[in-house]
Design a protein around this ligand. Sequence first.
Ligand SMILES: *Cc1c(COP(=O)(O)O)cnc(C)c1O
Length: 282
Amino acid sequence: MHHPLFAEHGISVWILRLDRIHPEVSGNKWLKLQGWLNTLESPCRGILTMGGPWSNHLHAAAAWCRLQQLPFTAVVRGHEGQQTQTLEDILQGGGRVVWAQRQAFANTLHWKQMAQQEGLLFVPMGGDGPAGVEGVKAYFDQYHTHPFDAIWCAAGTGTTLQGIMRSRLPATSVFAFNPGIHDEQMELQVIQTARETGRNLQWVRLPGDHFGRSTSEQFNTMNAWFDNTGIPTDHVYTGKMIAAFLNYVRQENHLPRRILLVHTGGLQGNRSLMPGRLKFVG
Ligand SMILES: *Cc1c(COP(=O)(O)O)cnc(C)c1O
């Protein structure tokens, strides 16, 4: 891909557009969901899964169920009645929304049992777990002949990164972008996977990124990136990762030559922003 900064530094950069992998089931959530569907011995009869009111995972799983004409239940963390465009899409597509506050939401066993009683596939929040890792791995295996030196990917639960590292993708250096999440367990799992798969792991954070909040500086970077490349990013993960990547290219003296950026999707979440912040929505 073209960007004035890349030419200036003599590096080749590719971006893997998982945001365009499926017309409706966007991003890495589609890969993880496929992994979960593959655990079934008989055809899927519907899904029950969990997430926040703007969850990309809920949005993707609901879209898949709607397209397959299967029942879908979203267990949403928060107060009854909070409306978001993500939840509106789910309801309009015929899905059901069940609200749960902190403690009730955290009682995963309860939701698993509910799924079982209703004959639905239970998928953990974010599509996390070994099946999610497997789904990502299977997808990235197809890129085993592409000689990248380094790969960049954002982490939430770290499932996508684990799947990438376990795949046959030959990148030796893995840059894990943390968008301001404090989750020691997640970090340990990613570190362990890097060790097991012989990857050279580096964590990246955005300097001045306070508790994951988006700033006007970040929106400016996302808009400038869009002007330069025509590629939209989301404000929670990929927009921040791109900002961190551009900083890195400006500051690092020994840059890898061939770099792959993973666009994990999440554009639907930009609808939570005030209109006018971004030149694009998704
Ligand atoms: C969920 C999500 C991630 C994080 O993926 P994990 O597998 O949970 O680490 C990254 N980017 C986007 C856009 C996401 O929606």
